[in-house]
Design a protein around this ligand. Structure first.
Ligand code: HEC
Length: 151
């Protein structure tokens, strides 16, 4: 019985990954920024599904997702006050030692999301290229500043 439970626990750890566990332990501003990142991840899922053709393209829904990313990205720097690194956060110390690059990366995401929104509101033929720009903006920041790089 115990080993069965242990097995189930092990499997759910595999499925959820370490980000979800860290997230459960987080409080205050760390939890707030994890929630914000998860909101962005959800918006990206909507856009990604459409980009891959898994769900039908819906310009209004896609624009709403782009808007969500644009507005949340602008809040990122405020959610990383000094001294909030370390467990359970996955933010690397570089956030604070390279603060200018960090805020530039956040601004790059805002701009990429704005470009996507504009494309979606006008002639949507360019939207996938702009979506790729948003994906790259997430990745660029995570590469330097996030310990876990799964998302
Ligand atoms: C300016 C830098 C930056 C940008 C841009 C950025 N992230 Fe993050 N992201 C981080 C950092 C740093 C963490 C780790 C936060 C922590 O654990 O304290 C993180 C964590 C996450 C997490 C894990 C949250 C959790 O529950 O632990 C997800 C999911 C995520 N980001 C998704 C995204 C997506 C999707 C985008 C693009 C739309 C994005 N991020 C853009 C810096 C960034």
């Amino acid at each position: 019985m115990i080993s069965k439970l242990a097995q189930i626990a092990a499997i759910s750890v595999l499925l959820c990954g370490t980000a979800a566990i860290a997230h459960e332990e987080a409080t205050g501003v760390v939890k707030e920024r994890m929630d914000l990142m998860d909101t962005q991840k959800d918006a990206m899922k909507i856009l990604g599904g459409m980009a891959k053709g898994e769900v039908p393209f819906d310009a209004a829904k896609a624009a709403a997702a782009a808007h969500e990313i644009e507005t949340t990205a602008a809040k990122v720097p405020d959610l990383f006050p000094e001294g909030t690194g370390g467990h359970p956060s996955e933010a690397k110390p570089e956030v604070w030692t390279q603060w200018d690059k960090f805020t530039d990366d956040a601004e790059a995401l805002t701009k990429a999301a704005t470009a996507l929104k504009v494309a979606l509101e006008g002639d949507a033929s360019e939207w996938k290229a702009k979506f790729k720009g948003v994906v790259d903006a997430c990745k660029t920041c995570h590469k330097t500043f996030r310990a876990e790089k799964k998302d």
